[in-house]
Design a protein around this ligand. Structure first.
Ligand SMILES: Nc1ncnc2c1ncn2[C@@H]1O[C@H](COP(=O)(O)OP(=O)(O)OP(=O)(O)O)[C@@H](O)[C@H]1O
Length: 342
């Protein structure tokens, strides 16, 4: 049984102004997140990612649909019951949201005090958490004495305090530099692997997805337009909108501006071929073009690595007889994804 199940979930808000119009932030989303997943939710700004997470965290009620956490329906629950559900879900934020006036120890202890833990138990749990995130020596420091990465480690320790089964991370590394991002991602990975916590990460950063996510859902205008195994979704996105989004975050696919430059510099028809780990098709592409008597030039490319599996894109400028190019591209398309950029 899935740990989090969403069925036909929608959330609308009144649009600003005096109209009776509604903004549909989440539109008919159905999704299953299994225990142990690190589930990435990606998409352009305004796609509805944060709203979706607020619904899962029971911070706001859905307008319609069903949300089940560990088999329990949360839509329609009363505030008191929702508080119990929220204790089982930790939350980490982009801007850390620490209490500036409290020490590191005070920040991590806070949710335990709210939950009514005994003082001695709080002390022992906080010690354990600070050791886990590597901040034992900073227990007495205040947040303004910490680096961004250290602040986020405090945020993670605080989110884990009540032993939640689910951790929601909303752009948790977006305010950090690349090196610190890797450090925080490594910690999140340990949270998942060593503590068995299921993690839902909202992000627009490819690094986050390919370092830790096992599954991914792409959101666009409130809808989940594609979801599945990270490697499958990123190496061959099916939906045009996820192709566009994925194209902006992976290596090897030229942006529209880069394409304009390629067109100026290179004569011929511009085509992009996609390859996946284990494909035997790379040599075949070149053979098909050469056997058709065509001239071609590699003009752009890149390889991506997702948890040890590689996929890549090569862009070529192909020159020669038009009909011969059509025939060769049809042959290439039989063993690899090829897109002509017009
Ligand atoms: N409380 C609200 N009242 C009215 N509209 C809202 C509210 N919250 C979100 N929206 C609208 O819902 C849509 C989705 O917003 P949301 O913040 O969930 O997107 P997002 O994908 O998380 O974007 P970002 O990456 O910028 O945070 C947007 O059009 C937003 O303006």
């Amino acid at each position: 049984m899935a740990l989090v199940t969403l069925e036909h979930v929608s959330k609308s808000y009144p649009a600003s102004g005096r109209t009776a119009e509604l903004v549909t932030a989440v539109d008919d989303v159905s999704l299953e997140i299994d225990a142990g997943d690190v589930y990435g939710i990606i998409g352009y700004s305004g796609a509805g990612k944060s709203t979706l997470v607020r619904l899962v965290n029971a911070l706001e009620p859905a307008t319609s649909g069903s949300i089940r956490i560990d088999g329990r329906e949360i839509t329609g629950l009363r505030e008191r019951e929702l508080r119990g559900i929220r204790l089982g879900i930790g939350m980490v934020f982009q801007q850390f949201e620490l209490f500036d006036a409290k020490t590191v120890r005070g920040n991590v202890a806070y949710p335990l005090k709210v939950a009514g833990w005994r003082t001695a138990d709080i002390r022992a749990r906080v010690d354990e958490l600070l050791a886990f995130v590597g901040l034992t020596d900073k227990a007495g420091a205040r947040p303004d004495e910490l680096s961004g990465g250290q602040k986020q480690r405090v945020g993670i320790a605080r989110a884990l305090a009540t032993r939640p089964r689910i951790l929601l991370a909303d752009e948790a590394t977006s305010a950090l530099d690349p090196e610190t991002t890797q450090e925080v991602l490594a910690l999140l990975k340990r949270v998942n692997e060593e503590q068995g916590v299921t993690i839902i990460v909202i992000t627009h950063e490819m690094d986050v997805i390919h370092s830790i996510a096992t599954k991914v859902a792409v959101m666009d205008r409130g809808r989940v337009i594609e979801h599945g195994d990270v490697f499958d979704v990123f190496s061959s996105p099916r939906h045009p909108s996820s192709q566009r989004f994925v194209g902006t975050v992976i290596k090897g696919v030229p942006s529209p501006a880069e394409l304009a430059v390629l067109r100026e510099r290179h004569e011929g028809r511009i085509v992009t071929c996609s390859f996946r780990d284990g494909d035997a098709s790379q040599a075949r592409v070149f053979l098909d073009l050469a056997e058709a008597g065509l001239e071609f030039e590699l003009v752009y490319g890149g390889i991506n690595d997702i948890r040890g599996r590689a996929f890549g894109h090569l862009t070529l400028a192909v020159r020669g007889d038009e009909a011969a190019i059509d025939r060769a591209l049809a042959a290439v398309a039989r063993h690899t994804d090829v897109t002509e950029v017009r």
